[in-house]
Design a protein around this ligand. Structure first.
Ligand code: 13P
Ligand code: ZN
Length: 294
């Protein structure tokens, strides 16, 4: 049963928040939006963002919660399941069907702020800059929220969830031999030393499922429990991180490894790759690196 409250659009429109006004005084939020715009542009430039490909969500309750605490009487759209750890939380999410290249120029017009209700089974759109009639959060919202819920359950500090159709990584999953998680990780780690250092937990492999479904969301959180990134067979990647640039960097590093592999192969070179001893050395370096003060 839908819990969308019909007929209140006109009345409630009056209390949608003007993010443009909020951003005038909220420098931290402004920075996050600038970072989202920057990364959306990089995705487009790298050819990972055809049409509306890819989406992003950022947990911004810490940056925005107090400014919208009293704005509760907005229409609520039902979610496909409950996310109890996210009750009352606020997220910036890219819009369904919106282009990354447009998000890069106008983040407020191509993304929206949503707040989950106290029962965590529905959300309200907060921002007024969007065309509220047709504008919805990304179709991958079930996966994004499931991942934010997993992060909240384990009490870790990631705020960002990023999905992209990374050509190099999608290409690798076209080969059955690389659809095995250990084989895939060994290939990616062995192409460049920095991959082990910056993606030490490697990638979790998610076999093909219909996009936008609860099934793919469930498989993605399983993959992200022990890994830095989930790779969706023949579709793209999901990465999590503490901030927007770092999350993008992890995806970029994996793409670089895959690109090295394909460049070698297209030059008829069978890449040697780093050997086991070299990879073990990097693993030790990576664990020391993680414990170094920033
Ligand atoms: P959205 O436009 O709904 O975000 O979908 C893009 C996408 O990549 C689906 O997997
Ligand atoms: Zn996608």
């Amino acid at each position: 049963m839908s819990i969308h409250l019909q007929g209140l659009q006109e009345l409630t429109h009056l209390i949608f928040i003007s993010m443009k006004d909020i951003l005038k005084s909220n420098k931290a939020l402004k920075t996050v939006l600038r970072e989202i715009a920057g990364v959306a542009g990089y995705m487009w430039e790298r050819g990972w963002a055809e049409r509306n490909a890819g989406n992003i969500s950022v947990h911004v309750s810490d940056l925005l919660g107090h400014e919208i605490a009293e704005k509760v009487s907005l229409p609520v759209t039902e979610l496909p399941m409950e996310y109890p750890k996210l009750a009352g939380c606020v997220f910036f999410v890219s819009g369904k069907g919106k282009r990354m290249r447009d998000l890069a120029r106008k983040p407020l017009e191509n993304g929206l702020f949503i707040k989950l209700n106290d029962s965590a089974n529905g959300y309200s759109i907060l921002s007024s800059e969007t065309d509220s009639g047709n504008f919805k959060p990304t179709s991958e919202l079930p996966a994004h929220l499931a991942i934010h819920q997993m992060i909240a359950e384990r009490g870790s500090s990631e705020k960002v969830v990023m999905h992209s159709h990374v050509t190099e990584l999608v290409s690798i999953t076209q080969a059955r031999e690389f659809c095995k998680q250990d084989v895939l990780n060994n290939l990616l780690w062995s192409m460049h030393p920095e991959t082990m250092i910056f993606v030490p937990k490697g990638v979790g492999f998610v076999p093909y499922f219909l996009p936008g479904t609860l099934d793919i969301a469930t498989e993605t959180i399983k993959a992200l429990r022990d890994h830095d990134v989930a790779i969706w067979e023949k579709h793209g990647v999901f990465a999590i991180g503490e901030n927007v640039p770092d999350t993008f960097d992890v995806i970029d590093i994996l793409a670089k490894s895959a690109r090295i592999f394909f460049m070698c192969r297209s030059a008829q070179i069978i890449p040697d790759g780093l050997n086991e001893e070299q990879l073990n050395g990097l693993k030790t370096l990576a664990s020391n690196f993680q414990t170094l003060p920033q």
